[in-house]
Design a protein around this ligand. Sequence first.
Ligand SMILES: [Zn+2]
Length: 293
Amino acid sequence: MLAELEPLANTPAAYGFVALLGLLWGSFGNVCIYRLPPTDKHPKGRSVVAPGSHCFACNTPIRWYDNVPLLSYLWLRGQCRSCKAPFSSRYLIVEAVTGLLFGLSWWFMVVAPALWLPFDQRVIHFAIAAAFVFTMVVIAFIDLDHKLILNKVTIPSMIVFYGASLLLGEHRWYDGLVGMLVGYGVPWLIGEIYYRVTKREGLGLGDGMLLAVVGALLGWRGVVVSLFGGSLIGSVLGIPLLVSQRLKSKPGTDGEPSLLKLELPFGPFLAMAAVFYLFAEPWIQLNFRLTGG
Ligand SMILES: [Zn+2]
């Protein structure tokens, strides 16, 4: 049955369907990002299933036709229908990013490797990639808001993605286990040394948990690429951000703001690099195979 769909894989209809799927998952991602972290009222976070979505200001339940990803935001002009409280454009960004990453996953996992992998295997790879980018989006945005990487997200993800790694070609059964160990161990070691030397916390253990998720699916190479790639992206994007934050904050009001004290969460940069490696890995493998390495 799947094989009959193969000729459609590289058509606008397929991309449209995949992007729509991404928007829907992005919409659920928003619920996770908003409800999972602990708050003063809910120290353990809240359920992502029940109750349904409510307006954060007036508590009116959001009707299903006002809960359509992307479109609802546009036709309600970003406001609650009853009380007109403005919704953050972040909802829109999370949905759009997830839709875009699902589209990219489709191209990298299903369309591009058409010459060397059977269709059903490529579709399985897409499902794994989509689950992985969704997880990275949720972790990155929670980290951005709360500077927290939650164990209740990372631990189940490690189990799921270790299982998924067994379905990816070219992965041996222990690759994911080694990846998890390196992912958690290396940041822990760096943090220990940094702490001994400077008496300050460097990398958080949450970053190690995130890298363990990456390692579970992509092995130790994925961890190394994410760590170095994340540092690179962090210094390219992060330094201008920190400088602009510093220029905006008035000295004297809250002490002397220093670049070191204005911390940016590292998780979003690690997640970006991990997604990059997810897409790049099949090409790297193919290159090794062609060159007999
Ligand atoms: Zn409202």
